[in-house]
Ligand binder design. Sequence first.
Ligand SMILES: *Cc1c(COP(=O)(O)O)cnc(C)c1O
Length: 388
Amino acid sequence: MLTGLKNYIGLFSRVFNQFNTMDKAFIPISKPSLSGLETTYVGHAVQSTWVSSLGEYITRFEKEFAAFCETKHAVSVFNGTVAIHLALHALEIGPGDEVIVPDLSFIATANAVLHAGAIPVFADINPDTLCLDPDDVIRKITSRTKAIMPVHLYGHPAHMQRILEIGDQYGILVIEDAAEAHGAKAFNRRVGSFGKCATFSFYGNKIITTGEGGMITTNDDELNEKLRHLRDHAMLKEKRYWHDQVGFNYRITNLQAALGCAQMERIDDLIRGRKAILEGYVQRLKGMPGLSLNKCASWAEPVCWLVCMEMDGISETERDAFLLHLKENAIDSRPYFYPMSDMPYFQQKAITPVSHLKSSIGLNLPTYIGMEEHQLDYICKVIRSYWS
Ligand SMILES: *Cc1c(COP(=O)(O)O)cnc(C)c1O
C-alpha cells in the first residue's frame, strides 16, 4: 500500500515535472539550423530520383567544402567516425601501430583508431585550448607511433604549428579530427588543411549538418584517389565489379549532400551566429568569480561549436549538481566528455591530469542558431543566482 502510494506520488511528480518543464519551454543544448534552402535542395534531390550515392549535389558539396577548407580535395563519406577509419585505413595504419590522440575528446576519435586495428595512445591536453599538448605528444612517441591525431575540441584549434613540427621531426603523419571545428583557423589557416588529411562530421549538432555525414580533406592527389576507391567497395574504375582489395561502403547520399550544399551557402552566417551567442554569454556572465568561458589562444581564430563553462575549484559532484539544477530549470546542458582512456575497455589508465581535471569541472551550455536574447537572459540569470 505504502509503496503503491509512493509510486503513485513518484509518477505524479514526474508527470508534473515534465509538465512544468514543458511549461517553461525547455531550452535544448543544440538544434540544427535549417532554412527554406535545405528544403528546396533536398526536394530537388528527391525529384531528380538521384537519392542514393550518385548525384550532382555530392560533387558540388565536395568542391565547395574543399574550397572552404582551402584544400585541393574533399572526399565525402557517411559520417565523421568512418571518415577517421577510412583515412587511417588508406594510410595503412593498422595492427601494431600507435596513434596519439588527446584523452579529452568524443569517443569516436579513439574508437576509429581501434576499428582500424591500431592502438590509441592518450596524451594530455593544454588547459587553455583543451587540445593536444605538444610536449606530452613528444613524451608519448614510441617506435610504433604512426600518426598524431589532434582534435580541435569544441571549436578551438590545436597548436598545429608545433604538432606539424613534431610530425616532421619524427617522421609521423598528422591527421586532424576537425569534426567540431569547421571554419576555425590556426596561424591564419583553416583547420582541415594542415595534416596529411583531416576529417569532419556533419552530425545534427555540428557546425553544419547533413543529418549524418562526414568529409576527409587533403592536398594529396594519391590519397584522394585511394579514399574514393576504398569508400566505394574498392571497385576498379576501368573494370566494374572487380575489386582489388577489401573496400567499404562509406558513401554519402545525394540527399545528405543536398542538405550539405544548402548549409555551405549559409556556413559563414552560421559561424557568425554561434560566435554572437558566445559573446552574449560572455557579456551577461562577466565578472562572475571562478567562472571561465571559451578561451582563445593568440594564434587562434576558433569557432564556437559549444559554449564551454568551467568553474574553478569545484568537484565533479558539485558540477553534476549544477547540471541537475539547470535541468530542473528547463535548461539543457552537458558535462565535458569523459577522458576516453577511462572507458572500461581500455586496460591501461592514462596519466592525463589536465584532461581529468577539465573533464570534471567543465560543461557545455545551449549553443544554437535561433537562441533568443530572453533565453540568454534567463539562462545567465539562473547561472548567476546558483553560484552567488
Ligand atoms: C562528432 C565527432 C566525431 C564523429 O562524428 P560522427 O559523424 O558522429 O560519426 C568524431 N570526432 C569528434 C571529435 C566528434 O565531435
